[in-house]
Design a protein around this ligand. Sequence first.
Ligand code: ZN
Length: 426
Amino acid sequence: MKVSWRGRVALRAGVWAVRASRLFGFGGGMIGGRVALVVYPGILRELSAGRRVVLVSGTNGKTTTTALLAAAMRSAGAVTSNSDGANMLDGVTTALATSKAPTAVVEIDELYLPQAVAQTAPAVLVLLNLTRDQLDRAGEIRRTAIALRRLADTFPDLVVVANCDDPYVVSIATSFANVVWVAAGTGLNEDARTCPHCGHRLSADDADDLHWQCTRCGLFRPLPQWWLSHNEMRSPGGDELGGPLVMYDGSLVPLQVNVPGVVNRANAAMAVAAAYTLGVAAEKASVALSSVTEAAGRYRTLGVGEHEVQLVLAKNPAGWAATLNLVCADRTPVIISINAGEADGRDTSWLYDVNFDRLRGRLVIASGARAADLGVRLSYAGVDHLTIADSPAALETVPAGPVTLIADYTSFAQLRNTLGALSDGH
Ligand SMILES: [Zn+2]
């Protein structure tokens, strides 16, 4: 990493910006990267030179997968990461500017991925999934997919670790020469019923939607080199642990994942495959990532008064589908907070693509700035609920014990702080 005089000036400006920001009571963090990029747009390229950069992108699971992969890579040396979830170019710049670690594992918003690839020349790109999110900002996913496919024209040799169960990811990754395919999905999601290339309806030849293909243009699910075994193991307490990870040569890698849900076993599979591609033994990577129990507050459990509150982020239909699988394993009361703030996308029409009816019969409270919109949606789904816009006040109406609080992006950030301050550190 050789930084030019212009780069040094930019970094110094960034440091001062962080100090000033903290002085006036704002957070620090990515403001440093933002200012450095404004002063000298080439700074990210300079900070990346001579380092091994790994980019993690996709719509859902970036922050958790990045935490899992960073933990796996730390078993082989120092790693820097944007572990706070700041996933635009400024967050990546901050992660690289604040550490001399030779390896950087960073998440990047899919809309900024082309710029991030151009500037960081990554050793590996991890592509998780591509689903609708923030319709008013990102538009339809076909447009994003076309932009990402074009990356292969400029960077044909980029090594991509890709989820072969997501047709959009496949339509992008097949453009690259070096792809490691991981079966990380749980079947076709609702955003990928038609072919990303030609729009024809995808056909799946078995009940679990695994082996999909397009009969018009020939796009098909590639054979994975890594997949999750369906042979389930159970802990002594009876909790489902899920089976091991299977490598391309048939060998089994025990997978102990301590962030909840099937979706995070899939994220862990992607992380182990990526770590292995970067030279870390699969078993070693798997053991190392078991230390991760939360990622930037996602899945964190807070003791707040009489309640144990688990915080879950869900911000689009595909994220909600995974979250419903997680919360429907028991009957814990659920508080849902929807703000639809600037960073969430103002358009809440996506709420009508979530199968909220699965929450029927339990205590459900609609909260957040758009509690009323959410309440209407829950009524259409036949879910009896209360509407209390203030989430901490909503919590007080719930009987003592465990509560799941599911929030969109801006509600999540607020509640992580407000409930964190109320937390008694359980
Ligand atoms: Zn097709």
